[in-house]
Design a protein around this ligand. Structure first.
Ligand code: GLY
Length: 442
């Protein structure tokens, strides 16, 4: 019976805890969380609450519980060097060390790495530490994307047409970003449809998991502010209806080359999840960014479909033997809808912005799966925080059935909450297909 440490407290980690618990090796789960997730707690032998920068608390919890290996959910502990600290105690981990985690934590590191090793997929880009040359570079681009160089919880990217219109506005935003961040990345904007390609990597072998599409915007019809992700879907063939097989192959090949480049650059193999955010364009797949972990919500789409034992996968990642394991997923559709506080993601002057930390009731979610995220379990019930609360996942033979299951499940959550009704609908997916047809002109 292996003892396994899970670090993280979101719905993504609840799905990871469930995948670990399903293992035929009967693992005992030890969970280190910054807030008490009731779903993870119910699957754990023991939990410890603490901050993700308290590496001594994490390694102490791991050593006293004779952990075989750790699995790291979110980016914050990776950025704080939790894998380096565990490795120093002789505990291997699924998750990159601090240097390798720059794949996510430094957008400039990744853009420069891709250029240095002549890997395709980068946009035209430039990294600035002052305003020198920013205006001239903005002038060269047809569409502009601005990114602060650091972790932004998926909400820091500013896109022309969505967040600003004119070049003058872009210049002002660049000044603002440079006040708050040590560097700024200015990139060419791509037109296309985004997809999440989450890959498992042991340093040399890269294995793709089913493709997922996330929905960042807060409101139906892809309107409103960007969020950490309001929900996502995947299809039984594990692809996306608006992609060509070549787009997927290109995304996977970029990831293989990046994994090799990371090893050469840092001297260490990347062991963990390489989650590529790609965009299909008229010129094939382009790289938006990498995350050094599973996506949230995307983990909730793929982990419940795993046919292969997750503990086996982790052991092979750590041993560097992923090439010897057949990794299989059920050929099912999934729809994940995040239930969020009504005020989630809204600007302070929005009439609904204030609501949060209210009590919610969770009834019978029927055939849906329920993954807790930022909820606070008190003696008298369950309370919202200011972030995403509960991921509800429908799984079925086709997308419409999966959507109906998720939709019915969402309705079981009562309180001042909101969610996106359009995720997984045929109309929204047709919009994506039509968009790609227009771009590709066929
Ligand atoms: N779904 C976006 C993220 O996990 O960063």
């Amino acid at each position: 019976m292996p003892n396994i440490l899970l670090v993280g407290n979101g719905a993504r980690e609840h799905a990871m805890a469930e995948a670990i618990s399903r293992s035929q090796h009967n693992p005992r789960l030890f969970s280190f969380m910054k807030a008490n997730n009731p779903g993870i707690a119910s699957l754990s032998e023991k939990i410890k609450l603490g901050g993700y920068s308290d590496l001594a608390a994490i390694t102490g919890f791991a050593t006293e519980n004779k952990i075989e290996f750790a699995v790291i959910g979110p980016e914050d502990p990776l950025n704080n060097g939790v894998v380096d600290a565990l490795t120093a105690c002789g505990i291997p981990a699924v998750g990159p060390n601090k240097s390798l985690a720059r794949l996510e934590t430094s957008k400039s590191f990744t853009r420069n790495l891709v250029n240095k090793y002549h890997i395709p997929g980068n946009p035209q880009f430039n990294v600035f530490t002052s305003m020198d040359g920013v205006e001239a570079f903005l002038n060269k681009l047809e569409g502009i994307v601005l990114k602060p160089d650091g972790l932004t919880g998926g909400k820091g990217v500013l896109v022309q047409g969505d967040h600003f219109v004119t070049e003058d506005e872009a210049l002002k935003l660049c000044q603002q970003i440079l006040k708050e961040s040590s560097s700024l990345i200015v990139e060419e904007k791509f037109d296309g449809e985004e997809f999440s390609l989450q890959c498992l990597c042991d340093g040399k072998t890269v294995v793709a998991t089913p493709l997922v599409q996330d929905h960042k915007r807060r409101f139906d019809g892809d309107r409103g502010p960007n969020t950490g992700g309001m929900g996502s879907y995947s299809l039984p063939d594990h692809s996306m209806p608006f992609l060509k097989p070549q787009d997927v192959e290109e995304g996977l090949e970029i990831t293989r080359q990046v994994a090799a480049a990371l090893w050469k650059e840092t001297g260490n193999p990347y062991k963990g999840v390489m989650y590529g955010g790609f965009i299909a364009t008229k010129n094939g797949a382009k790289l938006l960014e990498y995350n050094a972990r599973f996506g949230d919500p995307e983990a909730m789409n793929i982990l419940p479909l795993l046919k292969t034992d997750f503990v086996e996968i982790c052991r092979h990642i750590i041993a560097g033997t992923l090439d010897q394991l057949k990794i299989e997923f059920e050929p099912k559709a999934t729809v994940c809808k995040y239930v969020v506080p009504k005020g989630y993601g809204l600007p302070a002057d929005h009439p609904d912005a204030a609501s949060s930390r209210d009590k919610i009731e969770v009834g019978n979610v029927g055939k849906a799966r329920l993954y807790y995220s930022s909820v606070d379990k008190k003696e008298d019930g369950l309370y919202l925080s200011s972030s995403r609360a509960i991921g509800i996942v429908g799984i079925a033979d086709n997308l419409e059935e999966a959507r109906k299951i998720a939709e019915a499940g969402v309705k079981a959550v009562k309180g001042p909450v909101a969610y996106r009704e359009d995720i997984g609908t045929a109309a929204l997916i047709q919009k994506r297909i039509d968009h790609m047809k227009k771009i590709r002109k066929y």
